[in-house]
Design a binder for this molecule. Structure first.
Ligand SMILES: [Zn+2]
Length: 210
């Protein structure tokens, strides 16, 4: 579909915030589809409250899936430091927000991350950044956990990396099942955390402390 047609289908609202050239063809196409979706669920995309919804949804989805365009190396390369420290480093309660790939509904919670350095440490804020890179994609919690762990292991070249994620899934709490307080816990243990039960227990013990 050509650009002109897309702009017309998107309701001519494409010029309001960003100019058409600032927004890609992909965003416009997405607006068209969101408009269509509104019609299919029995809504009127022309009514006042919904007129700008396709543009908003398109731009929200763009942001919430921006992790596809990013790599861990790019995000952390300027924040890796040579350091002789070999003690376990733990960052607890890193908030994350992701989208489940089965329902495109949010799941969100906290990530706890530990690593055993091998001559190299990472700026602590960058750990949260790595979590975001993988959270801002369509995900299942198990894969998200593994990707954070292996992404960090690769850039840190650490003795081991441990990641535990606790999350609530909107597809569980909002739909039929309605288990408002249920939490899903996943973990990924790599290197020394997989091979050495003492490192693993020490990590689990430390993240449990309030
Ligand atoms: Zn789901």
């Amino acid at each position: 579909m050509n650009r002109k047609a897309l702009e017309m289908l998107a309701g001519g609202r494409y010029l309001e915030e960003r100019s058409a050239s600032q927004r890609g063809e992909r965003d416009l196409e997405l607006e068209v589809q969101v408009r269509k979706m509104l019609q299919l669920i029995g809504e009127n995309p022309e009514r006042e409250g919904l007129v700008d919804t396709p543009r908003r949804v398109s731009s929200a989805l763009h942001y919430l899936t921006s992790g596809y365009e990013l790599t861990v190396e790019d995000a952390v390369s300027d924040a890796l430091f040579e350091e002789s420290c070999e003690e376990m480093v733990i960052v607890k309660d890193v908030e994350f927000y992701s989208l489940c790939e089965h329902h495109i509904l949010p799941f969100f919670g906290r990530a706890h991350i530990g690593y055993l350095p091998k001559g190299r440490v990472i700026g602590l804020s960058k750990i949260a950044r790595v979590v975001d890179i993988f959270a801002r994609r369509l995900q299942v919690q198990e894969r998200l956990t593994n990707q954070i762990a292996s992404g960090l292991l690769e850039v840190l070249n650490a003795h081991g990396v441990a990641v535990v994620l606790e999350a609530s899934h909107f597809c569980m709490v909002m739909r039929g099942v309605q288990k408002q307080n249920s939490k899903t816990v996943t973990s990924s243990m790599l290197g020394a955390f997989r091979d050495d039960s003492r490192s693993r227990s020490e990590f689990m013990e430390l993240i449990r402390q309030p």
